[in-house]
Design a protein around this ligand. Structure first.
Ligand SMILES: [Zn+2]
Length: 455
């Protein structure tokens, strides 16, 4: 009667798409992009033909080919014809693309549920970037097709969201982006808990503990749990958020410029750098995009500082020929490369890899760069290439490289502890390259697109 089917996240990190079916009601938990499968067929300028909607993804098995799920423009150039929705809701755990990037293809009549903070972050990304993650307003495609606005609904931790007989309870978790949740889902056939992406070593481990306790209380029939770091060996150095803070505090002690590189949506890391700057009496210089995101989050109550109102923060404007409308509003209040050059000994500068050319104008004398992102992946030549390029820039400007990152994911041991603690009847690993490393009688290794009964 009630079942779980994984359409992504099977023996891969990311691409989570979990279908829950209960007496004809169908909901998805997450609707992400599988980057590893995309990379099997596409590289650099070889990319799916967006003008044909989902035709290429369907042909290569990169998206579930099913009716009643997608909007008309996404499938008009495919073999599926448009029909009224047969899926009833999509619930997103957190605003990372490997969990939600495909929501842009959903039928606008299917409600998308996500945390309030997640929506605010994605809105900011929509407004300042090129990609439209969801259609907030009616918009038009390349050929003038009108895309109606998505039905995006927000929840907070502990809410109960009903979809027919299914009840979804989002519970906050700690991950490397704010607005992250796990789900407790009651169906007529039993209870399913899904971790989303989860960790215990961030700024708010209690949130993760809240989820674990809530899951345990509900004696779930099925636990779907992430296993990003479940691997035969862990070669990368992984710190906790607090050790990133401590080590960064040491690095900024010298009277020299410090560059800081982090993932744009990792606002926990932003908070860490902000605290380091404030406590060492330095300025934290951020990009206009980060300023936009922080301004957007002003009302969200997650306690992040507000740029242009905060003594520690300065916002950097690159010298451009044209600025976008949203940037123009703030330009007068921003600092430029001359300001950074003059104040470099007092500056922690969040600089993106793709903007390293700014160093040419600032001409730092000497200093450090805290690379606060994953180390390059051995199996990914592109990340190796970027790493080499970055190191050449740092060497050119006498900037000492420091690798300092706290993962967004719990360690293998922590994942296994969670499994023991929650003690579900069935445990389905997801978002892991090595599901076979999960051991125990209750472990069910999912096959892609194959139904697993909840009870
Ligand atoms: Zn994530």
């Amino acid at each position: 009667m009630s079942s779980v089917t994984l359409f992504g996240g099977v023996s891969e990190i990311g691409g989570n798409k979990i279908l829950l079916e209960d007496n004809g009601t169908k909901i998805f938990l997450d609707f992400g992009q599988s980057f590893s499968h995309l990379d099997e067929y596409f590289a650099e300028y070889l990319q799916p033909r967006t003008r044909f909607g989902l035709r290429d993804q369907f042909a290569l098995g990169l998206m579930p080919q099913t009716k009643g799920l997608y909007n008309s423009w996404a499938i008009e150039k495919t073999d599926i014809s448009y029909s009224e929705p047969e899926y009833h809701a999509v619930f997103i755990t957190h605003p990372h693309y490997d969990h939600l990037a495909h929501i842009r293809y959903l039928d606008q009549k299917i409600p998308i549920h996500m945390g309030e903070t997640a929506k605010t972050i994605l809105r900011s990304v929509n407004e300042t970037g090129k990609a439209n993650i969801f259609h907030e307003k009616e918009s038009k495609t390349y050929d003038g097709t009108v895309i109606p606005a998505n039905d995006v609904r927000t929840f907070r931790t502990g809410d109960k969201v009903k979809v027919d007989d299914i009840e979804v309870i989002p519970v906050h978790v700690d991950h490397s982006v704010p607005g992250a949740y796990g789900f407790i889902v009651h169906t007529t056939g039993g209870t399913v808990c899904y971790t989303g992406d989860i960790r215990k070593h961030g700024n708010r481990p209690q949130m993760t503990q809240d989820f674990i306790e809530k899951a345990k209380e509900n004696s779930p029939d099925v636990l779907i749990i992430e296993g990003t770091r479940v691997a035969p060996t862990e070669t990368r150095k992984n710190y906790s958020e607090s050790s990133v803070y401590e080590k960064s505090s040491e690095i900024v002690q010298k009277d020299e410029i410090v560059l800081a590189m982090r993932y744009p949506k990792d606002l926990d890391r932003f908070r860490t750098f902000y605290n380091v700057a404030r406590e060492s009496g330095k300025y934290l210089v951020i990009s206009l995009k980060t300023a936009h995101m922080l301004q957007s989050l002003k009302e969200d109550g997650i306690g992040l500082p507000v740029p242009f109102e905060d003594e520690t923060i300065r916002v950097y404007k690159r010298e451009m020929k044209i600025y976008k409308d949203w940037e123009k509003v703030w330009l007068e209040k921003c600092v430029d490369h001359k300001w950074i050059a003059e104040n470099q000994k007092k500056v922690i500068w969040e600089l993106d890899f793709f903007q390293l050319t700014e160093l040419i104008d600032v001409k730092p004398g000497a200093g450090s760069c805290i690379h606060s992102m994953s180390e390059p992946f051995e199996e990914d030549p592109m990340s190796q290439l970027q790493d080499n390029v970055m190191k050449n820039w740092l060497e050119r400007f006498s900037l000492e490289h420091h690798q300092l990152h706290a993962s967004g994911h719990a360690s293998m041991d922590e994942i296994f502890e969670m499994i023991n603690e929650i003690s579900a009847k069935k445990v389905i690993p997801i978002h892991s390259q090595y599901p076979e490393l999960f051991k125990g009688e209750n472990i069910v290794i999912a096959e892609k697109e194959k139904k697993i009964e909840i009870n």
